[in-house]
Design a protein around this ligand. Structure first.
Ligand code: SIN
Length: 266
């Protein structure tokens, strides 16, 4: 089947049909999907049947992998590069992270070098819900009202991980190292403050920015199909998981995530 790339929404996202990522493929195909990823921000490789090692090998084509701080106790046994995101339990204990991404965020934003991208592979899916939302932060930046652009110009925000007690400061508006385009980098899950700004001022400014980013024209909600492998660009995309059925014992959602290491934002 020839490789086909089809847009999934006006905001962002494309599906890749006809590419089995479980086996090595040539540099020309890699260049095509790399370019499609830069243009569409999220790629969904349909119909995959991947072992953990095959997911790791494919992910590594985009760069070295990085471990989530929870990976120490939420990785797949024997595969420290795979983070398990799951509602399943074994012997009464969660087998992975149950509530990853309850708010809009960019992975590992609290690190000095936040993640370049993440790949999430759907192994078991519920009959309904459990979707993942993606937001295009280039478009959100382009449409940012002038007074907000002025307010954040040259400013840095603080990020914090409650899971690991890691902190970092990054520019609120970052430039993508490959496309050169600007995007909004703050997010409601991990941003804790703005440098040289009072708590009251920070809260007022971030509330306005988040309300702006939370508009449907910047969003795509992915309804997972079995065999989907989604790859998003954390440098210009926020994401969120729909956790509305998390407390329902019949709700089974089981995923494997790999995370690709990124650069210091500028
Ligand atoms: C994540 O935040 O990496 C997980 C998103 C999801 O489970 O849909």
């Amino acid at each position: 089947m020839p490789l086909e790339i089809r847009s999934l929404s006006d905001a962002l996202g494309a599906e890749v049909i006809g590419l089995d990522v479980s086996h090595p493929f040539d540099d020309k195909i890699f260049a095509t999907i790399h370019q499609a990823h830069l243009e569409n921000l999220v790629l969904v490789f349909r119909g995959q049947n991947l072992t953990p090692q095959q997911q790791i090998e494919f992910s590594k084509r985009f760069g070295p992998l990085d471990a989530h701080p929870s990976q120490g106790n939420a990785h797949l046994e024997g595969y420290p590069d795979i983070l398990v995101i799951s509602t399943k339990t074994k012997d009464g204990k969660d087998v992975g992270i149950r509530n990853a991404g309850p708010m809009w965020h960019s992975d590992l934003a609290y690190r000095e070098r936040p993640a370049l991208g993440s790949m999430l592979y759907a192994l078991e899916l519920p009959d309904r819900r459990g979707n993942t939302g993606f937001a295009n932060m280039y478009k959100a930046y382009e449409a940012l009202p002038a007074h907000l652009k002025t307010a954040v110009e040259g400013k840095r925000a603080a990020f914090h991980s409650t899971r690991s007690d890691i902190d970092a400061l990054h520019p609120i508006i970052r430039t993508h190292p490959e496309t050169g385009w600007k995007s909004i980098f703050v997010n409601p899950q991990l941003t804790t403050g703005i440098e040289d700004m009072s708590e009251t001022e920070t809260e007022a400014l971030l509330t306005e920015i988040y309300a702006h980013c939370d508009q449907p024209q910047f969003h795509y909600w992915h309804e997972w199909q079995p065999g989907d492998l989604a790859f998003w660009d954390n440098r210009c995309v926020l994401h969120i998981a729909d956790h509305t059925r998390l407390d329902d014992p019949s709700y089974i959602r089981h995923m494997h995530r790999t995370t690709i290491a990124g650069d210091v934002p500028y």
